[in-house]
Design a binder for this molecule. Sequence first.
Ligand code: ARG
Ligand code: ZN
Length: 877
Amino acid sequence: KTIYLKDYKAPDYWVDETQLTFELFEDHALVHSRLALRLNSDLHGDGALPALTLHGQELALLKVVLDERELGEGDYQVDDDSLSLQPADATFALALTTRIEPQNNTALEGLYKSGSMFCTQCEAEGFRKITYYLDRPDVMSRFTTTVIAERERYPVLLSNGNPIASGEHEGGRHWVSWEDPFPKPAYLFALVAGDLCLLQDSFTTMSGREIDLRIYVEPENRTQCDHAMDSLKRSMRWDEEVYGREYDLDIFMIVAVNDFNMGAMENKGLNIFNSSCVLAHQDTATDMAFQRVEAVVAHEYFHNWSGNRVTCRDWFQLSLKEGFTVFRDSEFSADMNSRTVKRIEDVTFLRANQFAEDAGPMAHPVRPDSFIEISNFYTLTVYEKGAEVVRMLHTLLGEEGFRKGTDLYFERHDGQAVTCDDFIKALEDANGADFSQFKRWYSQAGTPRLSVTSEYDASRCEYRLHFNQVCPPTPGQPDKLPQVIPVRMALLDRDGKEMTLRLNGEALGTEAVVSITEAEQTLVFENVPTCPLPSLLRGFSAPVKLSYPYSRDDRVFLAKHDPDGFNRWEAAQGLAVDVLQGLVDIHRAGRPLNLDQRLVDVMRSVITDSELDAAMVAEIIRLPSEAYLVEVAEVADVDAIHFAREWLRRALAVALRDDMAARYQALAAAGAGEFSPSASAMADRSLKNSLLGYLMLTGEQEVLNWCVRQFVEASNMTDRQAALVALVNSPFEQQREAALADFAERWAAYPLVMDQWFSVQAMASQPGALERVQKLMEHPLFTMRNPNKVRALIGAFVNQNLANFHAIDGSGYAFLADRIIELDRSNPQIASRLVTPLSRWRKFDDERQALMREQLSRILAEKLSPDVYEVVSKSLA
Ligand code: ARG
Ligand code: ZN
């Protein structure tokens, strides 16, 4: 059943108070709720009382008491997803008891067990699997929660807000009550019960309040929480400094669980995290994992204001909190680390993945206007493109104007459930701005293409830039209107110096943000003494596909001379894409490949430049991913793309062998000894390991020795894992197998490390990968019941091993379809995510298209969850 934004209606009743009592047992749980309800008199001013309909799924209803009177079965109606009854007054109390079976909840939505621990995940619509309720975000209520469980097994009992009372019951059971003073929608409810140990710290807020900070994990993970705690304190400080946002409760808790569908969840005062986004220790986690922990801790913390204090009216507004919060966490990470590198990482990710979503059958606007299953809309478009939309608003208003806008937004809407329009309105009102055209970014799907051409008129010293924007059709949206595209830019002279920009008689400095608002638009720059080279869309100032007819020599020039670091990377990347596309064509034509020395030259110049941030060098020498090359291709020839990219990597390694080796050795020597978690040490490791990956392609025995030595002697997981990756992708079979065996033996007791071990093998591009993946599924540590394991093995294979997944015999597709069908019975959310690679069938040749569609049809013939049904049926439409 499709739900539409245009059908939004406010609720008939409000829930002012919600009192919950949970009795937890090994084979079931009893949930007692007591709700204080009140007629929504804005809708029903005449006093007529509509029926009350509560959401509920997979519940056994044991008791219904309306204003102290127990109802009989004839007094209410129950179906698969609701409970309805007729109130007699405009305000009334409703008490319900439901019985649920958390131990059998494999969908990991609602109340479930992860190992020996009870935990919850209620966003978006999981609360209705706990008890009957008005499970919609515009119904905000004050919650009081009592948890009762066996003391021995569950010494720690947590819920939202502050603990207010606790005590003992007979039979070894105990209880704790929690009270959350802030009204909240049910999706922010949380409960945890388990045998957990605690890392405790405190934070003093800007107004001098002391907050009790707690991270709860299973005992074996106690030593891996320091980084998350540091990240939390930095996030709290940053939100005060940058947004003026102070924490509100007296206690803030994070709990790590092993079985979790997503990254983490911002439940009020009690964030629940996938353990992969909390735990980090140098011995077991890579630098990338450290950065992810920092970002996710920040993201969930920032939700306390952008999401909890001000929440969403309905789920179509999801990007109101997610786009904004992703923008906030990425700015936080930019402030904590290298800003340019963070931006490069985000843009790389967006272009390889969100652009592909925009070009596929599930394309939808940042604010979708319909869905079948909301879980399917926790997407790259809502999150990452949503963050880009907020970033553009920030760019257009400037730092100060944006802050004025968010101050007004938080003040005006504190305690409310609002829409994306309310957000924009606050930014407009605070700045006297008009974003009516800009709002098309929320309603139009697809990635706009911005094509730019130029003309230099030497006689008039005028430089004209012509902009043309087109947004391709997406499902349900054949025609698009022009959007507001902020273009941050400069004009460079022959020495790479920025010229002073003059537009319509106005001097703009050396860098400007120009807004493109028309389908066709021309800017005439005045007083331009020589023909410039434009540096466009700096910092990726808008999520568009930019094209400008740069020659390879232009790109080389920009890669070396653009004063803007991001665009220097962009130029090198553009050069690499151009070279790779050329190689793909040559390979397809059956001709021998040849190496463009200009690319070698750019790479050499950065590898030998010890002044440049090592992390930047690592980004510049990283070739565009196969996924991105597929995305930019009209029809993608995966085999040719894989061949050309591998060929180029090897050719670069051979051509730059001595420079790469010298830099690798220098970095290895500098990094030897004590492990350092500093940004510069991380940058050095990143470059060193990227060089090792290249050097191993030369096949030299000497390099193999370096690699094996690094694997054995590494003082941290970043270096060890990088060496493992290099070995696994090398032709040295004996060393490869030895390293894998050694690694598995050493880290068998660490699930997150073993996830890495599964992934590395799933992504190895040699032939035979599918057989290896199938064999690994039988490994004693693998289980389809744990989402992290599914992502590590199946997800890595189908998303990151394109050559093998797209094997022309269709084996990869059939394998994936089997996994989707199998998983849909236990965990529909995870199953649905796995459909993505099959949904992209239009990108490939006819033969593969047919094979992929055949598997989609085979899935569609099964009895499916709404989650998988929606994605598969839309993919075939
Ligand atoms: N709000 C969470 C976050 O982004 C994600 C919750 C995802 N839930 C879901 N059913 N997909 O921080
Ligand atoms: Zn979020």
